[in-house]
Design a protein around this ligand. Sequence first.
Ligand code: AMP
Length: 404
Amino acid sequence: MIKARKIAKERYANELGRQAIYLRLVVPANASSTSPWVPTEDVEIEAFAGTFFSSSQSLTLRPENTAGVVRAYIEHKLWDRGLNKLYCIGPMFRRERPQKGRYRQFYQIDAEVIGPASAGSDSPARDAEILELLATLLDRLGIKDWTLQLNSIGCANDRAAYNEALRKALEPVKDKMCVDCQRRAVTNPLRVFDCKVPEDQPIIEKLPRISQFLDEPCRQHFDQVQAILKSVGVEFQLNDRLVRGLDYYTRTAFEFTHGALGAQNAILGGGRYDGLSEALGGPAAPGIGFAIGEDRLVMSLGESAEAVFRKPDVYIAPLGPGMNKEAARLARELRRHDIVVELGEESFRLKKSLEAASKLGSKYALIAGENELSTGVFALKNLATGEQKAVPRSDLAAIILANG
Ligand code: AMP
């Protein structure tokens, strides 16, 4: 997780000039009355809302960042800065039925690009830039076999016509579908595409697709996103079942999926939300963003996660009463040289300390007993080769570092 965050931050901050934005975890529930994540049955995201912390005010734990970023854009008049490239890393809370890869509290790395259209915020170049950034990020993290699923869900007018067509198409068949789909067919027909019930799939396959309802500007926008991706060599799969069920999404919608994750296979998802600022009472401000699920990112790192954690360079084994204090002093000396140190415990026998050191994957074990302290020469054991050397205290750091 730490490496993932570090690389993500480097990419945003250094290469794309993004700036961090810090949003509150707890927000007044009435903020959600105009918010796209007001809890209802058929929106994708359901927040935890209630009267928390003995406050008389009803509060909500933030379930996502996009609406918060757009509110900040409006409140702080960020349009003066032209195109804003913002990122935010932190926990989210959703009322979910927990399962592998789906939690009530989870972590996201979010990024948003938002600004006036005059700053290029609605350009397909922004969409392609974000997708290229993500492809490079996953590659850099060593995540193999990801798939970029891409769709365009058009603008508000396209969506209205499409919803109507879906409702019509579902009307004669909905009774044969699962209870959830029967409800969605009426309340939010787009969500029918999220259905995983095998018996419903043949019906869903025959439903009209949003691609047939895109108006000319939306079609052109999507064509250009694809053309740029092809020219930079980012592979994608068109998936016209990928619809984001929140009303504010427009045009490009995407997910990066990974086979090893099981049913919850999206490492990250995102899309355009060109009308959101206006829906929240602000000026027109096209935007596009994504959220990486950090928990799933780490899961998809799988085997290569090994490389993410730096193993200890040295395990200090204090031998005998009173030696914890001395071992702590040695650890402090070595850590100043950016050496990763694990500390044992004076009550452990040497054998137990050496076993613990090997288990942690430490390169060296350093023995700190009465003798070593009085002579200033320490036994340093290379755990890979078994070779043990007597090393003066002042040379310890150099020798440990030399082994890299
Ligand atoms: P969303 O904000 O719904 O577009 O989700 C973006 C990403 O966050 C998803 O692709 C997942 O990787 C992750 N995510 C969403 N909900 C959860 C959850 N309940 N538990 C863990 N990860 C989640």
